[in-house]
Design a protein around this ligand. Sequence first.
Ligand code: SF4
Length: 201
Amino acid sequence: MAGITKQQEWQMLHNACMECTACPLHQTRTNVVFGVGERKSPIMIIGEGPGEQEDLQGEPFVGPAGQLLDDMLKLIGLDRSMLYIANIVKCRPPRNRDPLTEEQDACSHWLAEQIRIMDPDIILCLGRVAAMRMIKPDFKITKEHGKWFLRDNRRIMAIYHPSALLRDERKRPETFADLREFRRVLRISYPEMYGGGCWVE
Ligand code: SF4
């Protein structure tokens, strides 16, 4: 948009999203969960949708899965201030069920706009739902987690959702290997992240 800064564009998007009633999930939400973090980062993390705590607090990944996500980020030398976290749908599906295809369709333009404005180089999908939306509809999380894909000139990897790791600890070693691969690429692409420098202004 001519004459509008990215910051203004982002704020307008945020404000419009807060008012969204485009799918039935608006009827049961407490808060719209737009996303959180550093939008100037080259890294975006995408989950599937808010859970109970996220709905109550209006922020993604703040419950037990969020605590585990923080631990996972710490393992690879990252924290929330160094990236942006968003979801496929911005309002909580009842009883934490998967978001329906029609809900994802109704909501996808918000995330698409976030990606367009933020323009991340690297996207990490958490779980099957995000991977099927961002990478390919027939994505198989059990076989394809930890692999790199190229979409719109962005590198995308999916790993198990932290909630899945809480339910089944046997998946953790595989996820640790995936995170090491993620860190390997980050180290090559953004050595300043690991050398004390930072891309954040
Ligand atoms: S889930 Fe997305 S499309 Fe549905 S009401 Fe919330 S913001 Fe709008």
